[in-house]
Design a protein around this ligand. Structure first.
Ligand SMILES: NC(=O)C1=CN([C@@H]2O[C@H](COP(=O)(O)OP(=O)(O)OC[C@H]3O[C@@H](n4cnc5c(N)ncnc54)[C@H](O)[C@@H]3O)[C@@H](O)[C@H]2O)C=CC1
Ligand SMILES: O=C([O-])CC(=O)C(=O)O
Length: 327
């Protein structure tokens, strides 16, 4: 007897991230290899023809778990009774822009969609915001969806986490799976703080294994922070496959658990670590039983404090910049 299908909304369905994301959701990479899904796809009216093309391709994959597809330009229809949502739809940046430059273009989208989630989604729906500036867009969605549990609206810093993992693993000469307890704090922006102070590799302390604090501070942190820009410069458009992969990692761990390992999620702050309550900020969490809990009590030394303060100041500025929209 097959399980009842989960209903999963994905916005920006005609875009480049979704072209990588949708087939992987449909083949069970997020919700499980025995879990049917109905995809509820949202895009703008002018993009619906392109979405139909994507739908034809999904049909042609004959995915056994794909139990249905809804295509719409109406957020409430897209979010009706959903169990999970990937909010990808929004404008990406081009060369010369920072992600915060997208705030005015994209903020309104997340107000409208937050309201629609509030009205139509299941009360325990898990929401991941990918569209940039992801943290502040998620903050707008939390403020626009007051009837959903605050912690169920999250944003993606998993791409930064995965980028840092790859760089650190290469430097330490270990596989990425060997590394645990890496943290991405703060904003998905050049101010984010990739913190390896607690990280281990095969049980050894990673900072000791690498033994090069200068490389960590002067190469690793800026490389991860500017990776999105490097990809735009090389590819001519922003990261898509790696962004879709990170979205899958984020939601899969949230749903199925992280096996005791730390993962980085941007979640509404509870005020810990000096991050003002409500800001959606990257933090270390452990996922289990369909929810996440923050890793608490970590020491924040002088360097970490200065890095955290910088990224939190940016999140605070972004929050203040959208205050009028939310008034
Ligand atoms: N958080 C992260 O780590 C990352 C975030 N991103 C962000 O993800 C977003 C999407 O990127 P791409 O797929 O490359 O862009 P894209 O331009 O290829 O696709 C965006 C899609 O969203 C649709 N869209 C725009 N406004 C919409 C609305 N109000 N409702 C529904 N759909 C809407 C567009 O019609 C288009 O089909 C961008 O904001 C990008 O900056 C990209 C990479 C990583
Ligand atoms: O850099 C961008 O604009 C897209 C993105 O968020 C990333 O690749 O991390």
């Amino acid at each position: 007897m097959p399980k009842p299908a989960l209903h999963v909304a994905v916005t920006g369905a005609a875009g480049q991230i979704c072209y990588s994301l949708l087939p992987r959701i449909a083949q069970g990479d997020v919700f499980g290899k025995d879990q049917p899904v109905v995809l509820q796809l949202l895009d703008l009216p002018q993009a619906l023809k392109a979405v139909q093309g994507v739908v034809m391709e999904l049909e042609d994959c004959a995915f056994p778990l794909l139990a249905g597809i809804v295509v719409t330009d109406d957020p409430k229809t897209a979010f009706r009774d959903i169990d999970a949502a990937f909010l990808v739809g929004s404008r990406p940046r081009s060369q010369g822009m920072e992600r915060r430059d997208l705030l005015s273009a994209n903020a309104e989208i997340f107000k409208v969609q937050g309201r629609a989630l509030n009205e139509a989604a299941k009360r325990d729906a898990k929401v991941l915001v990918v569209g940039n500036p992801a943290n502040t867009n998620a903050y707008i969605a939390t403020r626009s969806a007051p009837d959903l549990p605050l912690g169920n609206i999250t944003a993606m810093v998993r791409l930064d986490h995965n980028r840092a993992l790859a760089q650190l693993a290469a430097k330490a000469g270990v596989g990425t799976a060997a590394i645990d307890k890496l943290v991405i704090w703060g904003n998905h922006s050049p101010t984010m703080f990739a913190d390896y102070r607690f990280a281990t590799a095969n049980g050894r302390k990673l900072p000791e294994l690498i033994g090069d604090e200068t490389w960590y501070r002067e190469t690793l942190i800026p490389t991860v922070a500017r990776r999105g820009t490097a990809i735009i410069e090389a590819r001519g458009s922003s990261s898509a496959t790696s962004a879709a992969n990170a979205a899958i990692d984020h939601m899969r761990d949230w749903v199925h658990g992280s096996d005791g390992r730390w993962v980085s999620m941007a979640v509404p702050s509870d005020g810990s670590y000096g991050v003002p309550e409500g800001l959606v900020s990257g933090a270390p969490v452990i996922c289990a039983g369909g929810s996440y809990s923050r890793v608490t009590g970590l020491e924040i030394d002088g360097f970490a404090r200065s890095m955290l303060d910088k990224t939190v100041a940016e999140l605070t500025e972004e929050r203040d910049a959208v205050a009028a929209l939310l008034a």
